[in-house]
Design a protein around this ligand. Structure first.
Ligand code: ZN
Length: 104
C-alpha cells in the first residue's frame, strides 16, 4: 500500500492554534496526523469514529482528496476542533499491536 505524506496547516488541540502538520495517508486513507510544533500525533481509528460519526463524514475526513482544496482542509480542521480525544487515542493494547505508530 502506498504511503503518502502531506504537510498542511491544521488546528492542533494541544497547541490550541493552527500549526503545520504532517498528514500520513496509507492506501489513500488518512492514518495519522502529527503537529510539527509540539509533536503530538493523532492516529485515526476508523472503527471508533464510525461509532460516533456518520459513514459519510468519516469517509470525507479520512479519504485523501484528489486535490488538497481549502474546503477539504477546513473540513478536517473543524473536525479536529470538535474531536473528542478518546476517538483519536488508541487504547494501549491496540497501540502495542500497531508498533509503527509509535515510531518517531
Ligand atoms: Zn501542536
Amino acid at each position: 500500500m502506498g504511503v503518502t505524506k502531506e504537510r498542511t496547516v491544521l488546528y492542533c488541540i494541544h497547541c490550541q492554534k493552527e500549526t503545520l502538520h504532517t498528514l500520513t495517508y496509507v492506501g489513500g486513507e488518512l492514518q495519522k496526523i502529527k503537529c510539527t510544533e509540539c509533536g503530538m500525533e493523532i492516529s485515526f481509528d476508523k472503527k471508533q469514529m464510525l461509532l460516533v460519526y456518520s459513514e459519510d463524514l468519516v469517509k470525507r475526513i479520512l479519504t485523501k482528496p484528489k486535490r488538497m482544496s481549502k474546503e477539504a482542509f477546513s473540513d478536517l480542521s473543524s473536525f479536529l476542533k470538535s474531536l473528542p480525544l478518546r476517538i483519536a487515542t488508541k487504547p494501549a493494547r491496540i497501540v502495542r499491536e500497531v508498533k509503527d505508530l509509535l515510531d518517531d
